[in-house]
Design a protein around this ligand. Structure first.
Ligand code: BGC
Length: 500
């Protein structure tokens, strides 16, 4: 058995939470197009559809805000388990919906579960991981999200051939299965060793570290060293008495809160969910015709998203967070820019009888747009997708980590919600202008990351205190950090053992 097998196992199991997240996001878009669904809910108009779609994100927002307290009070592990229960309740209500109100309430309740999961899974993964594979472990949740979106899409696609109301009830109901699997498996997973130490359960923490790091050897040097490090960090946390929500607004935490909130906001401002939620209509606009072509093109989008996350899982801890984010932004920016030019130069707007817009773009540029959209998704999947979740989960001190992450995660959901609301309007109104806006945001994000985001790869969670107490201009702070590394050379090298 490899040295980190147990850690991968525990991190991998909790990543099922990401699958539920992705599935719930993905499942609704094709259902909205199903005839049985439309007939059952009396053909909801755009406002009705908007409410049904966005109530999930609203639930996620509330859930993520509550998650901070739950994960601190009852542990990360129990937060994940309780989220499964809530999620199943929401899914069951949706599946058995008799009217629109039930569906909406069910979406909101499922959203509460997803919100709690989206915060507690990355925090849990990051707290069980040794520094040199932490990025990879948290990337597993992102990978699971992409699998969730993908599987939901293809299940929808398969079920849309069913000639009854089962066509929409089955895809909604089936998500209860992974939720139950996650709940049951979590019973056998350990508590976060960092949470245990913070709750004065030192012996248990030592056992968990032994299980994760040394095949059960309680007194292995790596176990003792990490335990000491965690104890020391918790002691310092207690001395500085950082623990409440108001501390998030104070030095030295404030800077990290701003960076965490901003990175999550920027993750959504990449516009990823425009292509996740509305790709079908964009493909239609771009000239893909027929009933199935735009739908299948969206299915391919999901596959690209999933596959392009793999390099991040493999190499994010080598590439580092900064470089990867900047390269990702460059890729996203260029692909948006090309789409804007291709649309702007060739579009000729007409409207169908049902009011939907056609851009009548000639074949060549329309294929270019589709390829650019896939390349955009790939650039996102390798960079902002995973790092949007990794970075906030690793930069905060123990006692404030879950509270801080509940705020950064809520920022992700609120931006997700707003983009879901305004982008369908903008896609119609300003067409290529929206691509241009996203291109500008992406190019600006390169500068933002360069100036403000310190590198965190291979650092222990306890090292973050040193990384984040210097200048806020991270490009100017490298010398100080290099000096710290020199002074702690043996220590840092030992932690960076490359056993990938
Ligand atoms: C984002 C989601 C997005 C998904 C796409 C996640 O990291 O938070 O909003 O739908 O990636 O893969």
């Amino acid at each position: 058995m490899g040295k980190n097998t147990q850690t991968y196992l525990v991190g991998g199991v909790s990543a099922i939470g990401g699958f539920l997240f992705g599935y719930d996001i993905g499942v609704i878009s094709s259902i909205l197009e199903m005839d049985y669904w439309k007939a059952y809910f009396h053909n909801p108009g755009s406002v009705g559809v908007g409410v049904i779609v966005s109530l999930l994100t609203a639930g996620c927002f509330v859930g993520s805000l509550c998650a901070g307290w739950i994960a601190d009070r009852f542990s990360r592990k129990r937060a994940i388990m309780s989220a499964c229960v809530v999620f199943c309740l929401g899914a069951a209500i949706q599946c058995g919906s008799r009217n629109r109100a039930m569906l909406i309430v069910g979406r909101f309740i499922a959203g509460l579960g997803v919100g709690v999961l989206s915060m507690s899974v990355p925090v849990f993964q990051s707290e069980i991981a040794p520094p040199h594979i932490r990025g990879r472990l948290v990337s597993l949740q992102q990978w699971a999200i992409t699998w969730g979106i993908l599987v939901a899409f293809w299940i929808d696609y398969g079920c849309h051939f069913i000639d009854s109301h089962a066509s929409w009830r089955v895809p909604i109901g089936i998500q209860i299965v992974p939720a139950v699997i996650l709940f049951v498996s979590m019973i056998f997973m350990p508590y976060s060793p960092r949470w245990l130490v913070d709750n004065n359960r030192i012996d248990e923490a030592q056992k968990v570290l032994a299980r994760l790091r040394s095949g059960g050897d309680l007194h292995a040097p790596e176990v003792m060293e990490e335990l000491d490090e965690i104890k020391e960090a918790v002691r310092i946390d207690r001395e500085t008495a950082i623990r409440s929500y108001t501390d998030l607004l104070r030095v030295p935490i404030r800077r990290r809160v701003v960076l965490g909130v901003l990175i999550q906001a920027l993750q959504q401002l990449t516009g990823i969910n425009v292509s996740m939620y509305f790709a079908t209509s964009i493909f239609k606009q771009a000239g893909l015709s027929g009933n199935n072509a735009p739908l299948l093109a969206q299915g391919v989008n999901g596959v690209v998203n999933m596959l392009a996350t793999v390099p991040a899982i493999l190499w994010i801890d080598r590439w580092g967070r900064r470089k990867t984010l900047m390269l990702g932004s460059l890729g996203c920016g260029i692909t948006y820019f090309i789409q804007a030019v291709a649309k702007g130069a060739t579009q000729h707007k007409t409207y169908d009888e049902d009011g939907s817009l056609n851009l009548n773009i000639p074949k060549g540029p329309s294929y270019l747009i589709i390829v650019m959209m896939y390349l955009f998704v790939a650039s996102f999947a390798m960079s902002w997708g995973p790092i949007g979740w990794i970075y906030p989960s690793e930069i905060f001190p123990m006692r404030i980590r879950s509270k801080a992450n509940s705020i950064t995660t809520a920022s992700n959901w609120i931006f997700n919600f707003v983009i879901g609301l305004v982008s369908p309007i903008l896609i119609k109104k300003i067409t290529w202008g929206l691509d241009l806006i996203f291109a500008i945001i992406m190019f600006s994000s390169i500068v933002i990351v360069y100036l403000f985001y310190p590198e965190t790869k291979n650092r222990s969670l306890e090292d973050m205190e040193v990384i984040f107490t210097g200048s806020i201009w991270s490009h100017k702070d490298r010398k100080r950090i290099a000096e710290y590394d020199d002074a702690n050379k043996g220590h840092v090298d030992a932690k960076m053992t490359k056993d990938f």
